[in-house]
Design a protein around this ligand. Structure first.
Ligand SMILES: O=CCCC(=O)O
Length: 478
């Protein structure tokens, strides 16, 4: 087996160096861990052309052959789980154990979509005219592009690449500048297990605007899937409009986490901690606004305090619960939101600053109370380890506050009453609702949002449809 630490572009099964390179740093230490090749417009076009050539044979490869290769790729990721987790932790900062969890989560999309490849079935429909039948065929959409974020350097790639390959599509991936190494490592494994050259191409780049525009505007690319900010998603969507490209967007969120007066408060605390502190809060489905019914707020906060206090912050290679934030911009944003909340009357109960003994990117697990819906911290995605608690009086007000945002990705609530569970889950304007559950992500769940949180669903039995076209074939003369 070759080393999984790769630093060049991956195009047509070859490692392609470039003269211009960029540094990838370890957020825990500030050290440069690699100098990675930097794709420009020409290399991006080359990757698209290669994916187009590979499409003609991959799309015709028998399903069972594609399934076999996907299952081998899944197994290779699991066999190398620890090595991949160490690469991820070094470039992204999350604890190695958590990174290993992400590798299993990421690999599970490959396994899941290998299964879905076996169930791409068409239909034969009756026709109103005698002597006619209608066949519905499902065909791979063509060359795909994926633009992925730094917070889940493995799973956000596999959640797009696996259904694309399962459907018979080829793909060009632009991984994030901050975490390209995880992407290149799984490309190496794909190559080792025999996924044909050109089926997966990886083009890390510092010029995200140019590469993104080429991928969005190229008529050779028939589908673009993006996970990232709403602002960038809107730009890509307008660029994709130039050739009416199919697009999936998984964008920003502002997840409410409601605790009702009939909740099991111990369970609510446990689920909130799991949800909020995953990846140090740098998760698009992280609880952003913790809304607690006023009558149970004091009791809830008393239970929450010790649970947050015992979280261990530190370097990802140690036995810790959370690592550093990804870079200084991330820390600056959290500092700004916390300061503005405090200036407007919120109280810091725990944390509220960087732990500079550990380093400048290590933000302490933080609890803020007295937060209101008007504060910036309630309107923006915090993307850091800050629990911002506000209160509401009754169910109706809780739902209104929860829906009072242009975003609609994930939402959560805790309640033990069956009628409330149905009422509230129907009333929440979100693509995903966790009830007494802070963990809602699985390969078999549809993942995606409404409103400005995106378009389309990833994972699940629905996820493969994003990579397929439906063709209606009417047969006469029967
Ligand atoms: O942050 C985005 C995705 C996280 C997940 O898949 O649970």
């Amino acid at each position: 087996m070759k080393s999984l630490t790769k630093k060049d572009l991956f195009i047509e099964g070859h490692w392609v160096p470039t003269e211009k390179r960029f540094a990838v740093t370890n957020p825990a230490t500030g050290e440069t861990i690699s100098e990675v090749a930097d794709a420009d417009a020409e290399l991006t076009e080359r990757a698209i052309n290669v994916a187009e050539q590979a499409f003609s044979s991959w799309s015709k490869t028998p399903t069972q052959e594609r399934v076999k290769l996907l299952r081998k790729w899944y197994q290779a990721m699991m066999d190398n789980q620890q090595a991949l987790a160490e690469i991820m932790s070094a470039e992204q900062g999350k604890p190695v154990a958590e990174a290993a969890g992400e590798i299993a989560y990421g690999a599970s999309f490959v396994d899941w979509f290998a299964g879905e490849a076996e169930r791409i079935n068409g239909d034969i429909l009756p026709h109103t005219e005698a002597g006619k039948r209608v066949m519905v065929m499902k065909q791979p959409i063509g060359v795909c592009a994926a633009i992925t974020p730094w917070n889940f350097p493995n799973a956000m790639i596999t959640r797009k690449v696996a259904p694309a390959l399962a459907a018979g599509c080829t793909i060009v991936v632009k991984p994030p500048q901050l975490t390209p190494l995880s992407a290149l490592a799984i490309a190496q494994l794909a190559s080792e297990v025999g996924i044909p050259d050109g089926v997966i191409n990886i083009v890390p780049s510092t010029d995200a605007k140019t590469v993104g525009k080429i991928l969005a505007e190229s008529p050779k690319v028939r589908k673009l899937s993006f996970t990232g900010s709403t602002d960038v998603g809107k730009v890509l969507m307008s660029q994709c409009a130039s050739n009416v490209k199919k697009i999936s967007l998984e964008l920003g969120g502002n997840a409410p986490f409601l605790v009702f007066d009939d909740a099991d408060l111990d369970e609510a605390v446990e689920q909130l901690i799991a949800c909020k502190f995953r990846n140090a809060g740098q998760t698009c489905i992280s609880a952003n606004r913790v809304l607690v019914q006023a009558s149970v707020a004091d009791k809830f906060i008393e239970k929450l305090k010790p649970a947050i206090s015992k979280l261990k912050l530190g370097v990802g290679t140690d036995d810790v619960d959370l690592g550093p934030l990804v870079n200084q911009d991330a820390v600056d944003k959290v500092n700004r939101l916390v300061k503005s909340a405090v200036d407007n009357g919120a109280e810091v109960v725990l944390g509220g600053k960087v732990d500079s003994d550990l380093g400048e990117l290590f933000y302490q697990p933080t609890l803020l109370t007295g937060v209101t819906g008007e504060m910036e911290i309630s309107e923006e995605e915090i993307f850091g380890p800050v629990v911002a608690v506000s209160t509401f009086d009754d169910e109706q007000q809780g739902i209104e506050r929860a829906n009072d945002t242009p975003f609609g990705l994930a939402s959560y609530f805790c309640s033990r009453s069956v009628d409330r569970i149905f009422r509230v889950s129907e009333a929440l304007e979100y693509g995903m609702v966790g009830i007494n559950a802070g963990g809602i992500s699985h390969a078999f769940n549809p993942f995606g949002g409404v409103k400005e949180s995106g378009i389309g669903r990833e994972g699940s039995k629905y996820g493969i449809d994003e990579y397929l076209e439906i063709k209606t074939v009417t047969l006469g003369g029967l």
